[in-house]
Ligand binder design. Structure first.
Ligand SMILES: [Zn+2]
Length: 433
């Protein structure tokens, strides 16, 4: 019976080498007194059997149990060496489960890392839940997440590589917008890495760090129509097909629509668009794919353009975007070429400065645009990745530290989290029946 009680006390805690001596609830928290199960130990210096030399209490936070926060009070044994010749006098026991001077048990730190990394919770939230400071949780994320991110096997074989820039910190009065460049595995939908800036140098440096065999395996690179990237690729990925994918091309066309809309608003109203004004009211509908507009959205689009777009410039930009989308939806290369001609023609005849510029950019990247039809790259992954990046940015309230930002992003979209699935309970579990 006593053995049963002891093994229950060990099982309840589930902390290797520890047993619960007693548990009480204090103000909605579960306090557990614990000690190690080791009662015979040799001196680490000479090996002679050590004798107990009192105890010291150490408090740490552990994983919640039954919905309550848990505090562990470890009665830490202090040992003394009996060997007179030995230079070691006394020492306190150690455990891998609770690091010296830690305020969290190691498994609580691992769980904190998982919540922040995999689940995308904010560091501040996890710190509040555990009743510890922000830096304690961030240190846990760094200690447990760092090795996952730096694991050389993490990146793996990549055939289709995506390059993308995102704003990492928006401009304010003290700085201009800071960008990062992301490397994405387009097939496995996974973020490989990010580097600061959006320069050719950043891309080149990252690529130069990758093994030659890895680089040789990359067959296609999807990129933002940003000249810097192409330059950064030439040295090590000259063999791969560069592609301006659907997502990036349409983002460019949407930017042109926004520019035209803003200018027309300014010209006709004398100020920036406001709530209740026709073009401002359709600013999002304008960016939606034509065939995804329902009857009511299409009607709003028509009314908004009728009321606010006197010279048809916004409408021309909208149609240019639709024509560019048709290029990507073409059946084959020849078809795409014909549609691209129609797009150029429309932009030339529209006589809208923003469309002239858009057509010029697309024409500078024509090979890469048409290459989309050779490689069969899909458009989804970079887009999905962008949404993830935005989500992480929201929980982080704008990261000021690039390394933390990189770690958080890679933990959320760049590593595989190993989880042992929990078996379903069917009837009564046999072992305690
Ligand atoms: Zn000794």
């Amino acid at each position: 019976m006593e053995d049963d009680a002891r093994s229950s006390a060990v099982a309840l805690l589930g902390l290797d080498g520890f047993v619960v001596l007693c548990a009480i609830e204090v103000d909605g928290e579960l306090h557990q007194r614990i000690e190690t199960t080791a009662d015979r130990i040799g001196c680490p210096s000479c090996g002679v059997l050590a004798v107990p030399h009192g105890r010291r209490r150490v408090w740490v936070r552990d994983l919640p149990a039954g919905g309550r926060p848990v505090a562990l009070c470890w009665s830490k044994r202090i040992w003394r060496c009996q060997e007179p010749m030995c230079e070691r006098t006394s020492w306190s026991e150690r455990s891998a489960a609770i690091a010296p001077r830690a305020s969290l048990s190691e498994r609580a730190r691992r769980d904190a890392c998982r919540r922040v990394g995999r689940d995308g919770h904010s560091v501040a939230q996890v710190a509040r839940d555990l009743g510890v400071g922000w830096s304690t949780v961030m240190a846990a994320v760094r200690d447990h997440g760092g090795p996952l991110v730096e694991d050389p096997g993490r990146i793996g074989h990549v055939e289709a590589l995506g390059l993308d820039e995102t704003a990492y910190l928006r401009a304010n009065q003290h700085r201009s917008t800071l960008y990062v460049t992301g490397f994405v595995d387009l097939e496995r939908h996974r973020l490989l890495d990010i580097v600061a800036g959006r320069s050719a140098a950043g891309v080149r440096t990252w690529l130069a760090r990758q093994p030659k065999e890895w680089l040789a395996g990359v067959e296609a690179v999807a990129l933002d129509p940003h000249r810097g990237y192409a330059n950064g690729l030439l040295d090590s990925l000259g063999h791969a097909t560069a592609v301006v994918d659907h997502f990036h091309a349409i983002r460019l066309a949407n930017a042109a629509i926004d520019d035209v809309r803003r200018r027309v608003q300014q010209d006709t109203l004398g100020h920036r668009g406001r709530k209740g004004e026709p073009l401002y009211g359709i600013r999002r509908v304008l960016l939606r794919a034509g065939e995804r507009l329902g009857a009511s959205a299409a009607e709003r689009l028509r009314l908004g353009l009728d009321a606010g777009d006197r010279f048809g410039e916004v409408a021309a930009a909208w149609l240019a975007k639709e024509l560019l989308r048709e290029v990507y939806a073409a059946l084959d290369l020849a078809h795409a070429r014909r549609r691209l001609t129609a797009f150029y023609q429309w932009c030339a005849e529209a006589e809208v400065a923003e469309l002239t510029r858009l057509a010029r950019t697309i024409s500078a990247w024509q090979d890469e645009v048409l290459a989309y039809h050779d490689t069969g790259l899909s458009n989804g992954p970079t887009e999905a990745m962008n949404l993830l990046v935005k989500k992480i940015k929201r929980v982080g309230h704008g990261f000021r530290n690039f390394e933390n930002y990189r770690l958080r992003l890679l933990l959320h979209c760049g590593v595989t989290w190993e989880d042992a699935p929990t078996a379903r309970l069917r009837g009564r579990p046999r072992s305690i029946a």
